[in-house]
Design a protein around this ligand. Structure first.
Ligand code: ATP
Ligand code: MG
Length: 448
C-alpha cells in the first residue's frame, strides 16, 4: 500500500524502508511532544514502548567536513541548496546541522504531514530529491526517537521486522553521556533483535546494518541508505560557462564540474540558419535534466551558422573544425565575462576525435585566456556513456539532430593545427569582435 503512496520512481531500497518506518510510526501513536504512549504492534510490544518516533532524513556529508575555516560558509551554502531542492517536493522541512550530518525533519513541524503514512511518504520524497544535491555522500531515511535506551531498542527492533538474513548493529555516540556505551548499546540492541525476530548476527558481512546515532538531543536509528552525489555543494567553487552540444560528452562534463562545486551556465551553438532547431531542443532537454543537480540553470543559445560560413569562406579549409571551436570558445569567454564566470567547461576527451588531439587542444587553449576545464580528458567513451546513463542524459543525447560541428566539415580534419594559421584566419574576420557580437545575440532560456 505504501509503495503506491510513494511518488513514481522511488527505488526499492527507499520503498522498503518506508514500509518499515511507516509500520513503526503508525503504530506508535505517542507524540514526540506529548509523550503519550499507545503501543499496539506486537513487534514493538515485544520490546519496549517507543516513546515517540518521527521519520526524518539524515544526510552524511562528504569532503565539506574536511574544510577548515570556511566550513560554516560551505555549510550555509549546502543548506541553501538543500532548501531550494526540497522546495520542489512541497514538503515543509526543518534543517538541523549536527556534527558532520544534516537532519531534515519532515514531521511534527508546522504544516507537517498529518498521518504516519503521509509523513513516511513525504520523507521518501525529500530523501529522493536531496539525493541529487552535490555535497552529500549518503541519504538515510531514519527514525528520530527520544534519547533513551528503551526507545532506541524499540525502534531498532521495529525497523528490522520483516528483514531476512544476518544483521549487525553499528552504534555511534556523539553524546558520551548516554547511559550505555556504544558496545553495551550494540549488545543490548542485538540481543533484543535476536529475541524478537530470531535473526543471526554477522558483524563482518551482514545483510542488514542497523545504524544507531546517539546525538545531543535525540537518537537516530536507520538501516541502509542511498548513495548521494558526493562532491561539493554547487556554488562553492564559483561559476563557469559550460559549452553544451547535443552530444553525450558535454552534459557529463558539466555534471562532473557541478559536482566539484561549480555553478554552470550553459551555452549551445546551433547551426541555424543552416540547420533546423532540433539541437536546441536537445540542449534544452539536457539542461532541464541537469538542473536537478544545481537549480536555477540558464541556457544561452547562439545561432552559429553564418559565422561558420564566414570561417569557411575565409579559407579555413582543413582548419574549419578547430577554427569553429576557437570561435565558440571566444564567444563563451565573452559571455562568461557578462555572467561573472571564471572558467569554461567542455566535454573534450583526449584523442576521441580529430579536433581533440594534443596539438589541437593546445590550439584551443590559445584562443582564450580563461581556463578551459575538461573533466573528461582522461575518460574513455564507454566510461562517459556509463556516467551519462547514470545521470539520465544519455537517452536525450542519443536523439537524432544535426550538430553544427558536422556542417562544413572538411574531407580531412587537421590533427596538428598551427596556431599561427588559425590566428591568420581569425585576423581576416576580426574573430574577437565577431565573438562579442555572437555572445550579445545569445538567447536565454530558463528550464522550469
Ligand atoms: P559531445 O558529445 O559533447 O558533443 P564530442 O565528442 O562530439 O562532444 P566535439 O563535437 O568535438 O566532441 O565537441 C567537443 C566539445 O566542444 C563538446 O563536448 C562541447 O563542450 C563543445 N561543443 C561542440 N559542439 C558544440 C555546440 N554545438 N554547442 C556548444 N558546445 C559545443
Ligand atoms: Mg559533439
Amino acid at each position: 500500500m505504501l509503495a503506491t503512496a510513494c511518488p513514481g520512481g522511488t527505488t526499492p531500497a527507499i520503498t522498503d524502508s518506508t514500509a518499515r518506518l511507516a509500520n513503526v510510526f503508525s503504530r506508535v501513536e505517542s507524540g514526540w511532544h506529548t509523550g503519550r504512549v499507545h503501543v499496539t504492534d506486537p513487534v514493538i510490544a515485544a520490546g519496549e514502548a517507543v516513546q515517540g518516533a518521527e521519520p526524518c532524513v539524515l544526510l552524511k556529508l562528504g569532503e565539506i567536513v574536511l574544510k577548515g575555516r570556511n566550513r560554516q560558509q560551505f555549510e550555509r551554502l549546502l543548506h541553501a541548496n538543500i532548501r531550494a531542492a526540497v522546495r520542489d517536493t512541497k514538503v515543509p522541512v526543518e534543517i538541523w546541522h549536527r556534527e558532520g550530518v544534516v537532519v531534515l525533519r519532515v514531521a511534527g513541524g508546522a504544516g507537517g504531514p498529518p498521518d504516519a503514512a503521509e509523513a513516511a511518504a513525504a520523507a521518501d520524497r525529500v530523501a529522493e530529491r536531496v539525493s541529487d544535491v552535490p555535497g552529500i555522500v549518503r541519504v538515510c531515511r531514519a527514525l528520530r526517537v527520544p534519547k533513551t535506551p528503551e526507545a532506541t531498542v524499540a525502534a531498532a527492533v521495529a525497523l528490522t521486522a520483516g528483514t531476512t538474513g544476518a544483521f549487525a548493529v553499528r552504534p555511534r555516540r556523539r553524546d558520551k553521556r548516554f547511559p550505555l556505551t556504544s558496545s553495551e548499546l550494540a549488545v543490548e540492541v542485538g540481543r533484543r533483535i535476536q529475541e524478537a525476530h530470531g535473526l543471526p548476527v554477522n558483524l563482518s558481512k551482514p545483510d542488514t546494518e542497523v545504524f544507531i546515532e546517539v546525538d545531543q538531543r535525540e537518537v537516530f536509528v536507520f538501516t541502509g541508505g542511498l548513495p548521494g552525489q558526493g562532491g561539493l555543494p554547487v556554488g562553492m567553487s564559483g561559476r563557469a560557462v559550460a559549452l553544451m552540444s547535443g552530444g553525450i560528452d558535454s552534459p557529463v562534463a558539466a555534471y562532473r564540474m557541478m559536482r566539484r562545486g561549480l555553478r554552470c551556465h550553459f551555452l549551445h551553438f546551433s547551426g541555424i540558419p543552416l540547420t533546423g532547431p532540433e539541437s536546441i531542443y536537445k540542449a534544452y532537454a539536457l539542461v532541464r535534466g541537469l538542473d536537478r543537480f544545481q537549480g536555477g540553470s540558464r541556457l544561452f543559445v547562439v545561432p552559429f551558422g553564418k559565422a561558420q560560413q564566414a570561417l569557411a569562406t575565409s579559407g579555413a579549409d582543413r582548419l574549419q573544425i578547430v577554427a569553429q571551436r576557437r570561435l565558440m570558445l571566444k564567444t563563451a569567454a565573452s559571455l562568461a565575462k557578462r555572467l561573472d564566470s571564471a572558467a569554461l567547461v567542455t566535454g573534450d576527451s583526449l584523442g576521441q576525435v580529430s579536433s581533440q588531439t594534443l596539438p589541437n587542444i593546445a590550439a584551443l587553449d590559445d584562443a582564450v585566456t580563461l581556463p578551459i576545464l575538461r573533466p573528461l580528458l582522461g575518460w574513455d567513451k564507454t566510461e562517459i556513456m556509463a556516467e551519462a546513463r547514470r545521470i539520465r542524459t544519455l537517452s536525450i543525447s542519443e536523439l537524432p539532430d544535426q550538430d553544427c560541428c558536422t556542417l562544413l566539415t572538411p574531407r580531412r580534419v587537421e590533427t596538428r593545427a598551427r596556431i599561427d594559421d588559425l590566428r591568420r584566419i581569425e585576423g581576416r574576420l576580426d574573430a574577437d569582435e565577431m565573438a562579442a557580437e555572437l555572445a550579445a545575440a545569445a538567447q536565454e532560456y530558463r528550464p522550469e
